[in-house]
Design a protein around this ligand. Structure first.
Ligand SMILES: *Cc1c(COP(=O)(O)O)cnc(C)c1O
Length: 399
């Protein structure tokens, strides 16, 4: 079957939830993907920033698969030492292991509500509330979707989870006022940079101000670093750009290297260690393969200094993009290797240009929001591929 026939066959059996580039990928070598017609496509999305290519991670996965599969969470296994390693790596005492990002956010919602009732004295007949922000993306389940801005955006999906107060992103005054005016607020939850909303970078100092406001008010400051974590923005975690360490942090994506799903909530034990056995769980949470991959990822990130690589390569890419002279570009923004090119309306939308880049120039990128081309290559991408990608982007934008 050729590319088109395969797509038709795939679509017959698959529930359609994504708009896809019409190429069928069969293998990859690093950041180069090969489709079924042996076209070579540069991967500049890297599974939304989760892919890490390293033989040590592959080997860890293979060896673990041969040694021990899931034994259930009704018994211990040696891999569970990963929880402590991960917490320590992130600068906390404990980790609640999960599988996908949305699940980690669900757990944050559970934790802060319970914390609100049991530790903050929010009356149990009231709703412990969580402040979230405009443009937020936290995942597609009901809780995470309710914390998000529009990720469950049709009335046909029925009522969302109550208890979220939405304020504008990037405005710490709004946060202060909302905390003053409303009662029974347990936590604030946001992304340090909003990737899905179009790589929205708040002005410097915003996160630190939010953290301070939360501390003063005695409410929990929670960050979703699922996409920004593990070096993506040029620091190991995005909050480190302004020393705004959260009380609770959600991580996901890159900790599974794009090989298997791994996510977690990390925090200190007085805050996140509030479950009784039976109050939470997941069949695959912390199963041996996840722990082996996660552990290997932590080692590889440290050994290869992926955070520093992101900072350096991000500057190279940013400089090349800034040199493009195009009437289509409104703004180029981002940190490290999380970069957005915001287009003017006359460009005809980011989706059109992303499709053109993929189909004609074999550069795989994905729009974020309507007018932003999001660039998010693997942190281990070789510099020559960054050069090549920038040339292809230039071709599309300079015409
Ligand atoms: C991807 C993402 C999620 C959801 O993660 P899934 O693994 O897709 O459930 C949540 N928050 C942010 C910031 C993300 O980028």
């Amino acid at each position: 079957m050729d590319n088109q026939e395969l797509i038709e066959e795939i679509e017959k059996g698959m529930v359609n939830t994504y708009s896809r580039l019409p190429r069928v990928i069969k293998k990859e070598i690093g950041s180069l993907m090969f489709d079924v017609e042996d076209e070579i496509i540069i991967n500049f999305l890297s599974n939304y920033g989760s892919r890490i290519h390293h033989p040590k991670i592959i080997k860890a996965l293979q060896e673990q698969a041969e040694t021990l599969g899931a034994v259930s969470n009704a018994i211990y296994h040696t891999g569970l030492l990963f929880a402590g390693e991960l917490a320590d790596f992130c600068g906390y005492e404990k980790a609640l292991l999960m599988n996908v990002g949305a699940e980690a956010i669900e757990r944050i919602i559970k934790i802060v509500r319970k914390y609100g009732y049991s530790q903050m004295g929010i009356p149990r007949n009231e709703l412990a509330k969580i402040i979230t922000v405009s443009g937020a993306f936290h995942g597609r389940t009901y809780g995470a979707g309710s914390a998000s801005d529009g990720s469950i955006d049709s009335h046909d999906f029925g009522p969302l989870l109550p208890g979220f107060i939405k304020i504008p992103f990037g405005n710490s005054k709004a946060l202060k006022q909302t905390i003053k005016r409303k009662r029974y607020i347990a936590a604030v939850l946001m992304e340090p940079i909003q990737a899905e909303a179009g790589v929205n970078v708040p002005s410097p100092g915003y996160l630190a101000e939010c953290k301070e406001i939360c501390q003063e008010a005695g409410i929990l400051f929670c960050l979703d670093e699922i996409q920004t974590g593990f070096g993506r923005t040029g620091k190991m975690f995005c909050w480190q750009h302004e020393n705004a360490k959260p009380d609770i942090m959600a991580i996901g994506k890159a900790i599974g290297a794009g090989l298997i799903p791994v996510s977690a909530v990390v925090g200190n034990k007085d805050i996140i260690d509030i479950f009784e056995p039976g109050q939470d769980g997941s069949t695959y949470a912390g199963y041996p393969l996840a722990c082996a991959v996660g552990s290997a990822v932590l080692r590889v990130i440290q050994e290869t200094k992926l955070d520093e690589q992101a900072a350096i390569k991000g500057e190279v890419l940013m400089a090349k993009l800034r040199a493009i002279k195009s009437d289509y570009i409104k703004e180029i923004r981002g940190k490290g290797l999380l970069i957005g090119i915001e287009l003017k309306p006359e460009a005809g939308g980011a989706q059109k240009l992303c499709k053109e880049l993929g189909k004609k120039h074999r550069l795989f990128v994905k729009e974020a929001h309507e007018n932003v081309i999001r660039l998010e290559p693997a942190l281990d991408i070789p510099l020559p591929l960054i050069d090549l990608a920038a040339e292809r982007i230039k071709k599309v934008l300079e015409k």
